[in-house]
Ligand binder design. Structure first.
Ligand SMILES: [Cu+2]
Length: 172
């Protein structure tokens, strides 16, 4: 009987595998961190960016205040349109309102990865530690997706939308 239920459980798990591979998420208190990913970098590009969503099911707001990874120097950034030019600015934090969410995605808020020690290759993953004011520190695995990916559910077939130039961050 026991063996039988284990086999059933294994089948159920196998059925879920395709979803588990394409989307991964992490829980920290009332926060759910959805599908951390980064674009593969081309050639010797020294910078990359990582993205994810944070959903807050709690009744109090939280704030992403820090990010660290061993692959590069990481900073919270946002893209702003200034005088018709897309610019990046560093952020002190990203608010996650109660019952709401925060989205880090290409063209908007993102984790800037500066001075990459090695190119980010599609299919690889790397750990990143997120620090939230309330929920504390959470380690997530960031999946490296294709150079043209716009993230889960995004259009990955054509030119990336809202592409912006990170070259001004190049190390001197
Ligand atoms: Cu940036």
């Amino acid at each position: 009987m026991r063996v039988h239920s284990i086999i059933v459980a294994a089948f159920l798990f196998a059925g879920l595998t395709p979803f588990a591979v394409s989307a991964h998420e992490y829980k920290a208190g009332d926060l759910l961190i959805g599908h951390p990913w980064a674009r593969a970098t081309a050639g010797n590009a020294s910078n990359g960016a990582a993205y994810f969503t944070v959903t807050n099911s709690g009744k109090t707001g939280d704030r992403l205040v820090g990010v660290e990874t061993t692959v590069a120097s990481a900073q919270l950034h946002t893209n702003l349109m200034e005088d018709g030019v897309m610019k990046m600015r560093s952020l002190d934090g990203v608010d996650i309102p109660p019952g709401g969410n925060a989205t880090l995605s290409p063209g908007g808020q993102h984790i800037m990865l500066m001075g990459l020690k090695a190119p980010l290759k599609m299919g690889e993953k790397f750990p990143m530690v997120l620090t939230f004011a309330q929920a504390g520190r959470v380690t997530v695995d960031v999946l490296v997706e294709s150079v043209s990916s716009n993230g889960p559910g995004g259009d990955s077939s054509g030119t990336p939308m809202h592409e912006h130039d990170h070259s001004h961050h190049d190390a001197k």
